[in-house]
Design a binder for this molecule. Structure first.
Ligand SMILES: O=P(O)(O)O[C@@H]1C[C@H](O)[C@@H](CO)O1
Length: 297
């Protein structure tokens, strides 16, 4: 897989080869794909009948830069109730040096495998002053800051087999799935720490300066992180329904007098603290998703 400038140089045949390889290795035919954010690899724990592939063993799959820890770097197929799912334990970031074609490569594989909906999770810094560490924000919309600077996963020749040249992004996050997430969250007693808001992607790897954070607040961002937007953009382009859940792992500094400094350990600690709740939420969502599709089809 090569990249030219910032455009994707992965051919349709590359995507097909990886898809066919996976379909030949597993009898799972996933309907839902889940991208596990930093520290959230255990979202796959609710699944049974699991089959795991290391990224390094999957043809064309981007290989870990070693920045991840533990059991990350695996694609896990499994079943939740009767729904076949696939989980990405560990995802790819611009700041690790991956091209956006590599970052979003798995999403097109999911599409070709027959996945209908993508559930993206991530860790982010809270900007909205009403938010608290540990809140789960349902992503209502996003700001693609790297995209404004030409770092966009759909730059380059458009492959119509995936989607149209100029896709609409005003409804990138499914209203039905957002409602379902709110309902399921409320049934599980999570309403007190569930929010909805606008997510902004920055490239990272540094956390924001105070001036940058203040700018993001003025722009209407509720939280900021270093992933998700490229995957969601490519998912929407190829017709997947998307739900995004962003865990507020820290509050972003908006004030020069604030003493606390954000760091990656704090991010991972909050993810660890909330991982079990998020896992229950994701599992319940997938159960309800299946029931809803049965009722509506
Ligand atoms: O869930 P992701 O991987 O987006 O997590 C954020 C962005 C960085 O990877 C990391 C910074 O602490 O957290």
């Amino acid at each position: 897989m090569h990249t030219k400038g910032n455009s994707c140089c992965c051919s349709f045949e590359d995507y097909k080869l990886t898809t066919e390889w996976l379909l030949n290795q597993t009898s799972h035919r996933p309907k839902i794909a889940v991208i596990c954010g930093s520290g959230l690899g255990l979202l796959a724990d609710g699944a049974t009948n699991k089959q795991t592939f290391r990224y390094q063993d999957i043809p064309n799959f981007p290989v870990s830069t070693g920045a991840w820890s533990g059991h990350e770097g695996c694609l896990v197929f499994g079943t939740i109730e009767d729904t076949s799912c696939v989980f990405m334990q560990g995802h790819f970031h611009l700041y690790e040096g991956y091209s956006l074609c590599q970052v979003t490569f798995p999403v097109r594989i999911f599409k070709l495998m027959g996945v209908e909906s993508l559930l993206v999770t991530n860790a982010s810094g809270g900007i909205c002053p009403d938010f608290k560490v540990g809140d789960i924000m349902i992503i209502k919309d996003h700001i693609n800051l790297p995209g404004f600077a030409g770092q966009h996963p759909l730059c380059g020749p458009n492959d119509e087999r995936f989607g149209i040249r100029f896709p609409c992004m005003s409804d990138a996050y499914s209203k039905d799935l957002r409602r379902l997430a709110l309902d399921v969250g409320s049934e599980l007693g999570c309403s007190d720490f569930m929010r909805e808001g606008v997510f902004c992607m920055v490239s990272g790897p540094n956390f924001e300066t105070i001036a940058e954070a203040r700018m993001l607040l003025i722009l209407g961002c509720d939280s900021v992180g270093m992933s998700t937007v490229p995957e969601v953009t490519v998912a929407k382009h190829c017709g997947l329904r998307v739900l995004g859940l962003s865990l507020i792992t820290n509050m972003v500094s908006l004030d020069y007098s604030r003493e606390e400094k954000v760091n990656h350990e704090e991010v991972l600690q909050t993810s660890k603290m909330r991982a079990e709740v998020l896992q229950k939420l994701v599992t319940a969502l997938i159960c309800r998703y299946q029931q809803q599709s049965i009722n509506t089809h």
